[in-house]
Design a protein around this ligand. Sequence first.
Ligand SMILES: Cc1ncc(C[n+]2csc(CCOP(=O)(O)OP(=O)(O)O)c2C)c(N)n1
Ligand SMILES: [Mg+2]
Length: 289
Amino acid sequence: MEGLVGGSYHSYVGQEAVAVGVCSALAREDTITTTYRGRGQHLAKGASAYRLFAELLGRVDGYCKGKGGPMHICDLETGILGANGIVAGGISHSVGAALTAQMSGSRQVAVAFFGDGAVNQGVFSEAMNLAALWNLPMIFVCENNLYAEMTPLSSYVKNARLVDRAAAFGMVGEVVDGNDVEAVFRAVQSARTRALDGRGPTFLEMMTYRLHGHMLGDPETYRSKEEVAEWRARDPIVRWKTHLLESGLATEGRLAELEQTLDAELASAAERARASLEPGPETILEDVL
Ligand SMILES: Cc1ncc(C[n+]2csc(CCOP(=O)(O)OP(=O)(O)O)c2C)c(N)n1
Ligand SMILES: [Mg+2]
């Protein structure tokens, strides 16, 4: 709201269980590609909050030295091959990473995160076909949040069961409750084992919902307050917290302590990022291919 972030900002609030469940089941060497909504996945894969904030603000300490901005963050150390402003743009990059892993015998798995809207892009079908045909160690994670920008899924596909696309390419597919972090974790664990055993890729349709607008300033005229409230009641963080308390795995006190620690860590990362410098004009041609 202060205008510090260049371009638009796309919130991941509501979909956190997908990023956390998927990345918790991956090894650090495994690779991911994601979208303009990718900060959740970046954090879950082990990226530093400070360097993410700095990139959002276009500062030199950011992952791309402030030249990538919110939509183009990558970090090879944590296996983040890139966020992408182009819908479905990262999926084929993950096919390339999976092919590299297969040819080099590195035992890495490549994960592509994308939205429901991406399945109607031609590159999605090309990627699904090659990954299945070549038995690549890859996991397709479709975050079905029921909308592509302001367009509801039911108005742009005849068959809203996106998982059915998997069978068309000879790939294993599964629908997962994307707001249940444990269900996501389990599904990815078995998909990863399948990939490493040489049994090929998996398509996971994660059913979820974004609780904020598509981007900052979205007037949200295309969905009802009741619908949002219904999904808010299924907030994945609240659900996980309730589960931890009811099963005795954590206490209120311990969770409050964790929340405080994390809030402080994030606030300090954001504050430090504001103080980081902007790249000088003399660096404009550095790192450009
Ligand atoms: C190739 C391409 N076409 C259109 C756009 C504009 N656009 C940005 S986000 C978006 C919707 C994508 O929806 P979805 O894949 O479901 O992801 P979500 O935003 O719901 O996470 C569109 C059409 C774009 N960025 N790239
Ligand atoms: Mg969507």
